[in-house]
Design a protein around this ligand. Sequence first.
Ligand SMILES: Nc1ncnc2c1ncn2[C@@H]1O[C@H](COP(=O)(O)OP(=O)(O)OP(=O)(O)O)[C@@H](O)[C@H]1O
Ligand SMILES: [Mg+2]
Length: 305
Amino acid sequence: MSAALRTDGLTRRFGARTAVDRVSLRVEEGDIYGFLGPNGAGKTTAIRCILGLIRRDAGEVRIFGEAHPVRQRRGVGAVVETPAFHPGLSGRANLRRAAAYAGAPAEDVERVLALTGLADRAGDRVRAYSLGMRQRLGIARALLGRPRLLVLDEPTNGLDPRGMHDVRRLLARLAAEEGLTVFISSHLLAEVQQLCNRVGILHRGRLVAEGAVDALLSGLGEGRAVEVEVTARDPERARAVAEGLAGVTVLPAGAGRLRLRLDGLDAAELNRALVEAGVAVSALVPVEHSLEDLFLRLTGAEEAS
Ligand SMILES: Nc1ncnc2c1ncn2[C@@H]1O[C@H](COP(=O)(O)OP(=O)(O)OP(=O)(O)O)[C@@H](O)[C@H]1O
Ligand SMILES: [Mg+2]
């Protein structure tokens, strides 16, 4: 079986800068694939290349095994950046125009309105839509013509928590009930961890990790090393002391947090060593790995914050 989407050596340069650098990724049919990376990593550029919106300098793109750009497009619906609509027309009228333009049947409009939960408001002018509704209208438009792969660039960008939740739930439902393969870029790690079964992590144009979320996270706990998060009254002093202890490595973590890997001493010994050095420790908790840890490790803590 061929992958839903596969790139081999995908490369795009802007002048001397290589925005997408030999990216070979693979999205299996039925995946909800999260394409992660810090700002400027090259996500949008890669997506534009995949969709044939900009040319690529090297590499191949196959969508359901198809390499021909025009035939590829039939299988794909996409939302890249904030979708533009005619503000004076209703959501339904916008979709009818888009359907006519794309050669999709008119009945498809009601189907995608229902799928995206917009049927009630379909007669309102788009001008009166919230950002979340516009985003869902963009997804509705991408679903015209029944694509099997949906490609979305930061679909929850700028939405409030309710709007984000609605879009996530919609994508999960499209995957589960409509059998769609979903490819989304994001820099929201918690979102991707909730929604996606597989991820690829892009850093400075390169794919630095790819795989099932579970497998990537369990790979973080390699060996018998223990990781702990330390809460101390004076975190800076705690860090300085920890850096001087044998068998302790300070790991990248979010601002104001101190995370340590212990090799050859246990949490109680660490606690004792900190206390003996005059650090008041209020909590010392074993770490449960999250996608954020993996992301920070692969992309560098300072750039991702
Ligand atoms: N049209 C362009 N001309 C020149 N450089 C570009 C162009 N588009 C993107 N770049 C550069 O390519 C790199 C990747 O940008 P891109 O927008 O793909 O990143 P991104 O991962 O989508 O970032 P973000 O999370 O901020 O959306 C950046 O260094 C950017 O400045
Ligand atoms: Mg982008």
